[in-house]
Design a protein around this ligand. Structure first.
Ligand code: JFZ
Length: 416
């Protein structure tokens, strides 16, 4: 298969995004002004002069950053890969870059190579590591682009040759196997410029997967707009980058944390439609993980770990024609998973035509008696007798083994 190297990614379904940089120190606020949007954009959005912004480096000292803890938490949360900000739009490198002294080792009192620590922890625990890299926007380099700014007069080719391409080479030769190169905001890059970046990745690490934001349709998969879930199943490989509140890097003023049940619902929707959920944390300035993020991901992990077979290695399935609130579907060959998010007093489902062989509760393996017949409107009608072990629970998943390889959903209007 031409994209065999993509298989692990398509099966992985659920990853941890980490946004960490100088912007973290601001917590979304500078000189008493709170940025109105994402905290990692603060320099751009509230117009902090570069000569002021670079002084943040002297305060960067995340002494509680613990790569081992982060990787072990990601595993406990059921996440199958990590994507970490090696260099965001601010231009600051979270690794010891030899081609730019504006980096965590040379420019801060912290002096530790954060990316090296994360790489070693990921290797130790067999966690695929991806790197976020802003390949066009660089608000520190005089020839790097900036969104919503006049970029006329900048020599972008000079920036590509002086910083972007050498840093890609550093990242792909000095930090082990890189599972994903997660590019971002190509802005006015030409197809040729995107192609040059792709060629470096594939020359140095052919199996490294490239996301859609390299630009000019040269990625290996589709990256949706932030937090935007496609309504219908999507055949290709795709991933949605998403937040737990409304910012990527930590923002004191943004305590709009999402409910774990909303995250579970989104995860099942995304997986059922063939995608990956890349869910973000933005560590505090001291490097530790915000408690609300931990609480949410711990709660989501209860569902993910109890029902892992209904999430990972699942396959794309046709769109279920009804808008259901209390359950959502995922599928494998000869298996349909009914992910019950609000446990009903009686469980019956219509409009599925598959022939049931057996049904069981995923997290207990308890067999579940069932009735299969036609409804008064001649639709497929399934009814299940739920065991006491799931009554009163927040959620559970029922696996229905079917005679057929793929789900068969009734069209809403048919004369059959
Ligand atoms: C970008 C970054 O600007 C942001 O700071 C964060 O890192 C996010 C994950 O990626 O934001 C984007 C980029 C592209 C789109 C939306 C937000 N888009 O294509 O819709």
């Amino acid at each position: 298969m031409k994209d065999e190297y993509m298989k692990w990614f398509r099966d992985a379904k659920y990853g941890l995004f980490i946004h960490f940089g100088l912007y973290t120190i601001t917590e979304g606020e500078y000189n008493g002004v709170t940025t109105p949007f994402n905290a990692e954009w603060i320099m751009n959005h509230i117009n902090i002069p570069l000569e002021e912004y670079v002084k943040l480096a002297g305060k960067f000292n995340p002494v509680k950053f613990d790569a081992e803890d982060i990787v072990l938490r990601a595993k406990a949360w059921g996440m199958r890969y990590i994507v970490f900000t090696a260099k965001h739009h601010e231009g600051f490198a979270l690794y010891h870059s030899k081609c730019s002294p504006f980096n965590v080792v040379d420019a801060t009192p912290f002096k530790r190579d954060i990316l090296k620590e994360l790489q070693l922890a990921c290797e130790k625990h067999k966690m695929p590591l991806g790197l976020y890299y802003s390949q066009a926007q660089d608000w520190h380099d005089p020839d790097g682009l900036a969104y919503h700014r006049d970029n006329a007069g900048k020599d972008f080719r000079a920036y590509l040759e002086r910083k972007c391409k050498p840093q890609l080479r550093e990242l792909l030769t000095e930090y082990g196997d890189i599972a994903i190169l997660w590019f971002d905001t190509q802005l006015t890059m030409t197809k040729e410029e995107s192609r040059e970046c792709r060629d470096i990745v594939k020359e140095l690490q052919p199996n490294c997967i490239i996301n859609g934001r390299l630009g000019n349709f040269l990625g290996d998969y589709k990256t949706t707009s932030d937090n935007l879930i496609p309504l219908l199943p999507y055949e290709g490989a795709w991933e949605i980058p998403a937040t737990l509140n409304n910012t990527w890097s930590y923002k004191k003023a943004d305590q709009n944390w999402k409910d774990p049940n909303e995250i579970i619902r989104k995860l099942i929707k995304i997986v059922g439609r063939g995608g990956n959920y890349l869910l973000n944390i933005g560590p505090y300035p001291d490097g530790s993980i915000p408690e609300p993020s931990v609480d949410i991901l711990d709660a989501v992990a209860e569902y993910v770990n109890a029902n892992a077979e209904a999430i990972f290695e699942t396959k794309l399935m046709p769109a279920f024609p009804y808008d259901t609130e209390w359950f959502m579907l995922t599928a494998k060959d000869y298996k349909l998973y009914i992910n019950v998010l609000q446990v009903p007093p009686r469980m019956h489902i219509v409009t599925i035509r598959n022939k049931i062989k057996r049904a069981y509760i995923v997290h207990t393996k308890e067999e579940v008696p069932f009735v299969q017949q036609l409804s008064c409107e001649n639709e497929g009608y399934w009814e299940f007798e739920l065991p006491d072990s799931v009554k009163g629970k927040k959620h559970f998943t029922l696996c229905v083994e079917t005679e057929e390889k793929c789900p068969i959903f009734e069209p809403i209007f048919s004369n059959a």
